[in-house]
Design a protein around this ligand. Structure first.
Ligand SMILES: Nc1ncnc2c1ncn2[C@@H]1O[C@H](COP(=O)(O)OP(=O)(O)OP(=O)(O)O)[C@@H](O)[C@H]1O
Ligand SMILES: [Mg+2]
Length: 473
């Protein structure tokens, strides 16, 4: 008898062992993606189906199963089913035309496997996942999909489906292998905290877990020995990065109205290493939590270098005095400015800090009118909020040469990439905080705090020169 298939060390093993209901094992070419599907069917499942979008594309997978399984069962060429001696079945399927997925209706399998997921439509995938069940209560049911990063907009749905891992602007980014729970309510996917079932409009909803595990060609010794890597290296961009590194970010475009391009943010993150150690603390931005679920975030800016942010849960920063103490501790002996958000609870923090630190504490009221102009001197702003956010955009613009450096924090990155803007007759307008919250599902506290730390504000009643003149305490 032939030996059983064993996973390669590293991500292929992690993928096989993953507890996720829906796993996407994706990325670089040659990382052992297709083999994982065959291996999982062969070692962990009793009734499996492996899909490709088109029948001819199944050829290579079927050939590989011939190598692996020929002594362990029989393959029926017309029904495309392996019947293995140990009772397992492995079937192959394709859904070339839209609607073909209905052919598989009511056909239960405990493993639904999709090779090259980017070729399938979202509807096909969701429909085919529908009949995931087993008559045996002890048999685990799961979906495994594999694929290279999408090369066209057709595959964009995968970035949305696995957004916590693949969408750089997702508000709660996840690490590879991490399980995240999702439900589909009223046709929309929603991330929920855990796998506990709950009632929604009378219906019992059971969340399903998803994860993403990146595949790398380096993890496949069979391919590394064959020099396959150099073949990938010779490809033109962006194919090279997509297939060699499985880079899902290459060539994906920002929303045209995104205020700060993701590319600029990434460049600022790359500059983080080179901190100017002579730089002094210039400003602390304070965004105060509005409720228990929000965060209070302190951003320390050393000239053009932003320190990793200090984050405190809203529940532990309920009073102005508590936040004021945190700010005092962060400021130490420095004489830096402190920019405090004063809307709502922030005003009591401002009062506390003003009492202690005097005029170096500046109230940031984003609703206030702005009389500033953009760098070109042509455009005004609807309010202070737009002015400060635009000013951050200008400082991050690689053309400005400011060399601003940001810490590598994906939540901060997604906060800063979140707002959209538009031009109105009153000037530049930046998307309202409430609208961002609706879109990203949380308050962009880290982004706001950083915007405050970056802003240049005058102390009320003093001239612009006073600001640069140093302390007015
Ligand atoms: N667990 C394993 N055991 C033995 N051989 C393996 C294993 N995983 C992968 N291989 C070998 O590596 C080859 C490439 O793997 P596979 O076809 O699964 O990669 P892939 O990620 O699907 O590549 P592509 O991106 O080209 O589709 C397989 O044909 C097989 O020879
Ligand atoms: Mg493959």
């Amino acid at each position: 008898m032939q030996k059983k298939w064993k996973p390669l060390k590293g991500p292929q093993t992690d993928a096989l062992k993953s507890k996720a209901d829906i796993l996407f094992y994706g990325g670089a070419a040659g990382g052992g993606k297709t083999d994982l599907l065959i291996g999982a069917a062969h070692t962990q499942h009793t009734r499996s189906i492996i899909f490709r979008r088109e029948y001819p594309q199944l050829r290579a997978i079927i050939d590989r199963t011939m190598e692996l399984l020929c002594e362990q069962g029989k393959y029926n060429k017309s029904s495309l089913v392996w019947a293995l001696e140990d009772g397992r079945n492995i079937e192959f399927g394709a859904v070339q035309h839209i609607g073909d997925e209905r052919k598989y209706q009511g056909r239960p399998h405990d493993l639904k496997a999709f090779d090259e997921l980017t070729h399938f439509t979202e509807m096909q995938f969701r429909t085919l996942c529908g009949w995931l069940r087993s008559a045996d209560a002890n048999q685990r049911c799961r979906v495994i999909a594999t694929g290279n990063p999408p090369t066209d907009s057709e595959g964009e749905w995968i970035i949305r489906f696995f957004a916590p891992w693949l969408d750089k602007t997702y508000p709660h980014p996840a690490k590879p292998k991490e399980l995240r729970w999702f439900t589909t309510l009223e046709g929309k996917d929603k991330e929920v905290e855990n796998g506990k079932s709950f009632r929604f409009k009378g219906e019992l909803i059971v969340p399903k877990s998803r994860t993403f595990i990146p595949a790398h060609v380096e993890d496949n010794p069979y391919y590394m020995e064959s020099g396959y890597k150099s073949t990938l290296q010779a490809l033109p961009e962006p194919l090279r990065s997509k297939l060699l590194y499985g880079d899902f970010g290459v060539d994906r475009e920002d929303n045209p109205y995104q205020l700060i391009p993701t590319e600029w943010l990434e460049q600022a993150i790359l500059r983080y290493e080179t901190r100017n150690t002579q730089a002094t603390l210039s400003c602390i931005g304070v965004d105060v939590a509005r409720g228990g679920n929000d965060k209070t975030v302190l951003t320390l800016r050393y000239e053009n270098w932003f320190e990793v942010q200090r984050v405190y849960p809203g529940s532990s920063t309920r009073t102005g005095d508590v936040v004021a103490q945190l700010v005092l501790a962060a400021r130490g002996t420095s004489h830096c400015k402190v920019h405090v958000d004063v809307i709502g609870v922030g005003s009591s923090v401002f009062d506390s800090l003003r009492r202690i630190m005097g005029n170096s504490v500046i109230a940031m009221n984003s609703a206030q009118a702005s009389d500033a102009k953009d760098k070109s001197g042509q455009l005004g702003f609807v309010n202070k909020r737009a002015e400060w956010w635009w000013y951050l955009r200008e400082t991050l613009d690689p053309a400005s040469g400011n060399g601003v450096a940001l810490p590598n924090d994906r939540e901060l990155l997604s906060d800063l990439a979140a707002p959209r803007w538009r031009l109105t007759v009153r000037g530049i307008q930046v998307e309202a905080k409430d609208s961002i919250i609706r879109r990203i599902g949380r308050s962009p506290d880290k982004g706001d705090s950083l915007v405050y730390a970056n802003a240049i504000e005058q102390v009320a009643g003093s001239g612009f020169l006073d600001y640069y003149g140093g302390m007015v305490e």
